[in-house]
Design a protein around this ligand. Structure first.
Ligand SMILES: Cc1cc2nc3c(=O)[nH]c(=O)nc-3n(C[C@H](O)[C@H](O)[C@H](O)COP(=O)(O)OP(=O)(O)OC[C@H]3O[C@@H](n4cnc5c(N)ncnc54)[C@H](O)[C@@H]3O)c2cc1C
Length: 408
């Protein structure tokens, strides 16, 4: 291996995880980030005292990378309700994991989720996923998630009433076309952990990781315009030599810098953030919109994390697939929210709107769970190399770091 630091391009969770693993191993590193902040897609803005994540997202503490790479205690994770409310705007059904919330068994059984046999097949599938410790979930051949669920004996009614609308909020697509391998891994994480947000906002995650880097390691506002196996070119045309290069950008940016890399296309999302003067619920229960037309889901953030709003105020998130900057759309969102939360939303104030293009890589089947780490001599990390999640981004960063360490 040639001399010089390992150059990491991108300070999202993948790049930061790679940087943490390498610096823990005593490797000299430099991290070059195009933007003004660390965290890439995970960032929290302060808007008039509200913590506004750029798009509604949660951290699942059961992700193996949380234990390996984060200090969960320091993040002070504020947990959401493990159950959810399914609503078509008129009816509202409580659904809960009977093992976690035995008190809600009856309500869950009453929910219109299709035939009992179908629910039993779903329960069996979830139990099987939960039990598969760290072993990879084997789905051979890979197929679209909807086809996989039907094959597992889950009825179309159960899929349409529960799985499709719930997973629309996770995958940011509403046809269940995503690879069953990806969906099974994400479902597995839900069977194992109750997600939440750090008290300081999701942006606290990358800040914690960046705080572990030594001085002069991180360079913000430093876009890289070209990469080779041992060097990068900066915007001013200067070339920086290193012992290895890790490309830890999102998929589209990576395929521009490394033309032989095929990155998946991506899904977008819009989240509207409202301030209210009254709390909606005692628990942060996700309300899933079964119609998925105006919205996919909504939740009162402050029911889990009161730190997300100034005293006396409450913060509600509402998300829809795609980018919807139009004013008229916001009016329909407000109307839909009054049906989903069963109260007037006229007085609610729109605090912010997050339009997140390229929020998640879109993985159709067949998906290779472990694509090669080295492409044309460049180490590649990012959620487009694993699952579209915090876990995926971090594990891809660790894999790139381990591959570099293995060559030393
Ligand atoms: C709205 C939304 C909701 C989500 N919900 C969840 C959730 O609930 N749970 C979950 O686990 N995951 C969720 N995710 C996914 C998760 O946030 C991402 O998978 C993860 O953050 C991706 O990290 P990354 O490091 O791979 O990429 P990024 O975060 O995209 O980081 C790449 C970095 O590279 C930088 N970069 C790009 N080009 C260059 C260049 N030329 N030179 C230098 N730097 C460059 C970028 O500025 C960026 O900082 C969500 C994502 C979004 C957007």
């Amino acid at each position: 291996m040639s001399q010089g630091p390992v150059i990491i391009v991108g300070a999202g969770l993948a790049g930061l995880r790679c940087a943490n693993v390498l610096s823990d191993a005593g490797v000299d590193i430099v991290v070059l980030e195009r933007g003004q902040h660390v965290g890439g897609r995970v960032i929290t803005d302060d808007v008039d005292g509200f913590k506004i994540d750029r798009g509604f997202q949660l951290l699942n503490p059961s992700y193996p990378q949380v234990e390996r790479g984060l200090d969960l205690k320091d993040l002070d994770l504020q947990l959401f309700d493990p159950g959810m409310v399914l609503s078509d705007g008129v009816t509202h059904s409580q659904v809960a994991d009977p093992l976690r919330s035995p008190g809600k068994i009856l309500a869950t059984l009453r929910a219109p989720l299709g035939p009992l046999t179908s629910r039993l097949h779903l329960a069996r599938l979830l139990l099987a996923l939960k039990g598969k410790q760290r072993k990879p979930v084997t789905i051979n051949p890979d197929q679209p998630s909807a086809a996989w669920m039907l094959e597992k004996g889950i009825d179309r009614t159960t899929i349409d009433a529960l799985l499709r609308p719930f997973l629309a909020g996770v995958l940011l697509e509403d046809e269940l076309e995503t690879s069953a391998r990806i969906t099974s891994l994400l479902l597995r994480s839900f069977t194992r952990g109750v997600p939440g947000v750090p008290a300081g906002g999701m942006g606290a995650i990358p800040h914690q990781m960046a705080a572990r880097l030594g001085e002069d390691v991180l360079h913000l506002e430093t876009p890289v315009t070209a990469v080779t196996a041992n060097s990068v070119v900066l915007e001013d045309g200067s070339r920086l030599e290193g012992s290895a290069v890790v490309l830890a950008t999102a998929g589209q940016a990576a395929s521009l810098l490394l033309q032989t890399l095929r990155a998946p296309s991506s899904n977008s999302v819009t989240t509207w953030w409202y301030s209210t003067n009254e709390p909606l619920r005692t628990k942060a229960t996700l309300v899933v919109d079964q119609s998925m037309k105006t919205l996919i889901n909504s939740v009162e953030m402050t029911a889990a994390a009161p730190q997300y709003a100034p005293p006396g105020k409450y913060l509600v998130a509402a998300s829809a697939i795609g980018l919807h900057p139009e004013v008229e759309r916001e009016r329909s969102v407000r109307e839909r929210l009054s049906q989903l939360h069963r109260r007037s939303t006229k007085e609610w104030e729109l605090v912010s709107m997050s339009l997140v293009a390229d929020a998640l890589p879109r993985y159709s089947s067949p998906f290779l769970l472990r694509p090669e780490v080295v492409v044309n001599g460049v180490f590649v990390a990012g959620d487009h190399r694993a699952t579209p999640s915090i876990q995926g981004a971090m594990v891809s960063g660790e894999r790139a770091a381990r591959a570099i360490l293995a060559q030393r």
